[in-house]
Design a protein around this ligand. Structure first.
Ligand code: NAD
Ligand code: UDP
Length: 323
């Protein structure tokens, strides 16, 4: 059945792919974005579709819309972006969630929150299951994002318990792919941009910290499955790829796949940088029947190809922390 669907942060990396899928499925899609970390070009190919609408709006401010489903993706996600204006980042997670939950309550809409593995902080439990409550430094430079997202989860659960709002929470682990902002400062975008530009590849710290990288198509499959999944499964659910790599291994793979001759250089490790991260996806497997399909090698090759096809000059200047 055709639905009216709101995607906040819909012009961003993940949001734009969600919009694309939903437009393809024939839904009436409203993409709402303030373009803080994205640009219209991510969705310009959708503008001529009669079932797609683009609104420039900031979710920290109220808005009245009539919809059946909401994907709440709006929030700067890269450390350089979310630390650029940390107070605004918290407002986006907290006031933004309250505003979107208000729409869901009024319309009886189902609402999905893009939460994050960052709510586990620098984890003492490995891999991280949903039951792990995390180890976040509440006063560090990452806290605006981590604690903002933790409060957002709290708000979602309280609106669910107090007002019976139909919520879904997904905890997304590092996801990459075409349409990442080339200057967002995240490790995959930095390494690929540096490798194809012949610049030194910047390893923060020893490079033995780990991440588990999920390709965007797998992620979008899981998010759509969660939104349209069983009525009694609200999450939180971990979504990510279990393949765990050190940052140094990632750099070596990017160099190999791009045929680059870039050298590796060391930079200081940012404060509170999590030492290791790997999702336990047992719950997603059991309840959504979902399993990532794309290996890091395959996903990186596609992402490198996309980075080679874009003009960096078309992207707005980097934020100060992009490295
Ligand atoms: P992104 O920066 O490309 O997308 C975020 C979008 O939200 C951008 O288009 C930005 O302009 C918009 N936005 C930011 N603040 C806004 C506001 N106040 N009002 C309206 N729009 C606003 O990042 P992404 O990687 O696509 O992340 C999307 C969501 O998924 C975020 O909520 C992020 O926290 C979450 N997430 C992503 C990852 C990942 O690895 N990509 C991991 C965990 C969680
Ligand atoms: N990182 C790095 N070089 C870079 C950018 C990031 O070594 O140019 C490291 C960073 O210190 C972290 C990991 O890569 O350990 C992932 O960083 P990212 O910002 O992509 O995501 P997050 O830390 O939020 O998982």
């Amino acid at each position: 059945m055709i639905k009216r669907i709101l995607v906040t942060g819909g012009a961003g990396f993940l949001g734009s792919h969600i919009c694309e899928r939903l437009v393809d499925e024939g839904h009436d899609v409203i993409c709402l974005d303030n373009f803080f970390t994205s640009q219209k070009t991510n969705v310009s190919h959708l503008l001529d579709f009669p079932n797609f609408e683009l609104i420039r709006h900031d979710i920290t401010l109220p808005i009245h819309l009539e919809v059946d489903q909401i994907y709440n993706m709006a929030c700067p996600a890269a450390p350089g972006h979310y630390q650029y204006n940390p107070i605004k980042t918290i407002k986006t997670s907290v006031l933004g969630s309250i505003n979107m939950l208000g729409i869901a309550k009024r319309c009886g809409a189902r609402i999905l929150q893009a939460s994050t593995s960052e709510i586990y902080g620098d984890p003492e439990v490995h891999p991280q299951p949903e039951s792990y409550r995390g180890s976040v430094n509440p006063i560090g430079p990452r806290a605006c994002y981590d604690e903002g997202k933790r409060v957002a989860e709290t708000l979602f659960m309280d609106y669910h318990r107090s007002n019976r709002v139909d919520v879904r929470i997904v905890r997304i682990f590092n996801t990459y792919g075409p349409r990442m902002h080339p200057y967002d400062g995240r490790v995959v975008s930095n390494f690929i941009r540096q490798a194809i530009g012949g610049e030194p590849i910047t390893i923060f710290g020893e490079g033995d910290q780990t991440r588990s990288f999920c390709y965007r198509d797998d992620l979008v499959d899981a998010i759509l499955a969660m939104m349209n999944g069983p009525d009694d499964f609200i999450g939180p659910v971990n979504i990510g790829n279990q393949g765990e790599f050190t940052i140094r291994q990632l750099a070596e793979l990017v160099i190999e796949l791009s045929g680059s001759s870039s050298e590796l250089v060391r930079k200081p490790l940012p404060p509170d940088d999590p030492t290791r991260r790997q999702p336990d996806i047992t719950l997603a497997r059991e309840r959504l029947g979902w399993e990532p399909q794309v290996s890091l090698r395959e996903g990186l090759a596609k992402t490198i190809e996309w980075f080679q096809s874009i003009r960096l000059a078309d992207y707005r200047p980097p934020t100060p922390n992009y490295s």
